[in-house]
Design a protein around this ligand. Structure first.
Ligand code: TXA
Ligand code: MG
Length: 338
């Protein structure tokens, strides 16, 4: 199959909407990461998303909507849902809610709940509007790889496997949406993102819990799989700029392997650019900047063919929590705390 790369302008969006209506797959930009979309009503098209990504069948998808009528067609709303929708939609918040009895099982991996979000990016909303359907869309990467934050990243993983990629440039947030489970009594953040627990507390007056209940099956099945991982073995090093750079330099000098270093403004001068592939991701004190560049940097290291990556950690509060969550997952848990 030849994959068409189209601009995320009106002609491109209209063509992509037609493809969605005809049961095809379209990768499209959102404010978080690129999504791989199919008509939510079309079981065959939704199943193809799983096939092209190599996604495990028990990992449910997020339904992308462009108005609240679409929400109510698929899901029941708990009390404080309206407050959340008013505050954060359109935007990078996904809610997990009880699904309606009429909502089909495909896309939700047979769960009694459904994950829904209304993206704020114009191209993604216009696509759902003109396709005249809600769109199931996971991130548009091969399962296990870093999520794509540009059309080029999508093509790296899915060229020849899907009908269209809409090129809308770089995603402004660069990390996936916050996933907030409001299907039970206590709201719970299953995946941290740019909408933080504190921001949610300000709107609903309840501080959501974080992570998964130990006693239970993982509620967000996706969290149990390897994620966001570059080909190289990644280690995250948490510490002050000076101590992190000293640790990385000491360990990097002990191996013959090709080393990549994910450095920050505060440390970049401490690494020998002739010895290591050094990428500067920016100011440590700006987590939104680090988040926006993280996946692109991980993919860049793969292109450079490095075998071992050391990434400096940042402060894991607020938006930094989302950044550190993704870094730790990409590292498969290899995190050094100095
Ligand atoms: O920002 C985003 O959310 C992007 C863009 C494209 O919108 N999408 C995205 O989708 O990151 P995906 O499929 O890569 O991640 C969806 C996450 C997975 O961890 C999945 O397990 C979880 O949402 N999820 C989906 N439905 C769920 C449900 N009913 N209950 C709990 N978790 C659910
Ligand atoms: Mg994903």
């Amino acid at each position: 199959m030849k994959t068409l790369l189209l601009g995320a302008d009106i002609p491109g969006i209209m063509e992509a909407a037609k493809t969605i209506r005809n049961g095809g797959l379209v990768a499209f930009p959102t404010e978080t990461v690129y999504g791989l979309g199919a008509d939510a009503k079309n079981e065959t098209a939704v199943n193809r998303i799983y096939a092209v990504k190599g996604r495990p069948a028990d990992n449910p998808l997020i339904l992308h909507i462009h108005d609240l009528a679409q929400f109510h067609a698929y899901a029941d709303a708990p009390e404080y849902f309206e407050l959340l929708a008013e505050a954060f939609w359109p935007g990078p918040l996904t809610v997990v809610v009880p699904k309606k009895s009429t909502t089909p099982g495909w896309g939700t991996a047979g769960l009694p709940t459904i994950a829904i979000r209304m993206p704020s990016n114009d191209a993604s909303r216009l696509l759902a509007k003109h396709a005249q359907t809600a769109i199931y869309a996971p991130s548009a990467n091969l399962s296990g790889k870093p999520s794509p934050t540009s059309a080029r990243h999508v093509l790296q993983d899915l060229d020849g496997k899907i009908e269209i990629v809409l090129d809308g440039g770089h995603c402004i947030y660069g990390l996936e949406s916050t996933v907030l489970d409001i299907s039970e009594n206590t709201p719970r953040i299953l995946r941290p993102g740019f909408i933080t627990a504190e921001m949610i507390y300000e709107r609903i007056g309840i501080l959501p819990e974080s992570g998964h209940q130990q006693s239970k099956q993982p509620k967000s099945p996706g969290v149990k799989y390897k994620h966001y991982a570059p080909n190289a073995e990644l280690t995250v090093v948490n510490g002050s700029p000076a101590s992190a750079a000293a640790f990385i330099n000491e360990h990097a000098s002990k191996t013959e392997k090709r080393i990549g270093v994910l450095a920050t403004d505060q440390t970049v001068e401490k690494y020998d650019l002739n010895k290591y592939s050094v990428l500067n991701i920016g100011d440590r004190l700006k987590p939104e900047l680090i988040g926006a560049g993280l996946y692109a940097a991980l993919r860049k290291f793969d292109e450079l063919g490095v075998e071992i990556i050391y990434a400096e950690g940042i402060i894991g509060t607020g938006i930094g929590a989302a950044v550190m969550n993704r870094m730790a997952k990409a590292a498969g848990g290899r995190v050094v705390n100095l």
